[in-house]
Design a protein around this ligand. Structure first.
Ligand code: SF4
Length: 316
């Protein structure tokens, strides 16, 4: 197996673009910024299979911001669509009607609604069949393009369209975010990683590393979403960085189940630094601080990193 040498700086990112400006996505969309980096790493020879979600609006005939090919599927079945495309490419190459140089990487692109909830069964099937594909989940932690309703990716105490915080329920979302990384890992695919638009070098290196593996290669990207998170669009990269710096979003990878954290802050910032500027968490601070909930969130993050520290012998 051949592993591409990692890049060390953002200056080494290719200047070649496969996603062009002028899309209908919201200003400051963290998912779009990430997608741009992903497509730099994946290159032009890809076909994207998109489950219904925010990114469905990117490519609407006859307009597209992509150099790549694009196929749109229903929310539940993008991995099944990817299976069909992969099979078609393999059959064409076997029959000599497509040269191996013309082969395409098959990339599923979904939001968290499809990844964590509606399309999970289809992904599980593709993982079980060891389908040779990439999966990018743009995780903005709710159903973004339909009004920011709760999804299985919504974090505890976040306010969404369907989990408002008010007099009856002051918490907002009472359930914990599903652990999709571990759900995927239980299928033992060759490669899984989490990524952040604030760490493009880490992101690109993960895609390059994943390239050497045949089988499912899966990525979950934390995607700041200004309208849903009620944040300033010009601060999306800052919020993505704060998520990593506070330890709320762990940057890691799993190669055939072996987990390693790729970026660990030397000193973790308090989670409040990440929460207190986001409208979706405003009820935790005003009209009165909800100390128990804030302590609970901090303790969960501490517990996670304490377990990581004992497992991976890293220093906080
Ligand atoms: S709703 Fe959020 S995730 Fe969807 S396009 Fe807008 S910023 Fe991006």
């Amino acid at each position: 197996m051949f592993e591409m040498p990692p890049i060390k700086s953002i200056k080494e990112l290719t200047v070649e673009e496969n996603l062009f400006p002028g899309t209908p996505a919201c200003a400051g969309c963290g998912g779009l910024l990430t997608l741009r980096h992903c497509l730099k790493a994946l290159g032009e020879k890809t076909v994207i299979v998109n489950a219904a979600g925010c990114f469905t609006l990117l490519s609407i005939y006859p307009f597209t911001p992509f150099k790549n090919s694009w196929l749109y599927t229903a929310m539940a079945c993008a991995p099944a669509g990817a299976q069909g495309v992969r099979d078609a490419l393999d059959i064409l190459m076997r029959k000599g009607r497509l040269s191996t140089e013309e082969d395409l990487k098959v990339v599923v692109l979904t939001g968290d609604g499809a990844a964590y909830d509606i399309g999970l069964a289809s992904t599980s099937g593709a993982l079980h069949r060891n389908l040779d594909f990439y999966y990018i989940c743009s995780d903005n932690e709710a159903y973004g393009n339909t009004g920011f309703q709760w999804s299985g990716a919504t974090p505890f105490a976040s306010k969404t369209g369907t989990t408002p915080a008010g007099r009856i329920n002051q918490t907002g979302t009472v359930l914990l975010k599903k652990n999709l990384f571990e759900i995927w890992r239980s299928h033992n695919p060759p490669y899984i990683a989490t990524t952040s638009p604030a760490h493009p070098v880490d992101l690109v290196n993960k895609f390059k590393k994943a390239e050497q593996y045949k089988g499912p290669k899966l990525f979950i990207n934390l995607s700041p979403c200004p309208p849903g998170w009620s944040t300033d669009p010009s601060h999306s990269a800052r919020f993505a960085k704060l998520a990593v710096d506070t330890g709320i979003w762990a940057l890691k990878e799993a190669i055939y189940g072996d987990v390693k954290h790729t970026i660990v802050p030397r000193k973790f910032k308090p989670v409040e630094d990440y929460l207190n500027e986001q409208g979706r968490f405003a009820h935790l601070f005003k009209p009165a601080r909800q100390e128990e909930i804030l302590r609970n969130i901090q303790e969960k993050v501490n517990q996670y990193w304490n377990e990581v520290q004992s497992r991976e012998s890293i220093k906080k």
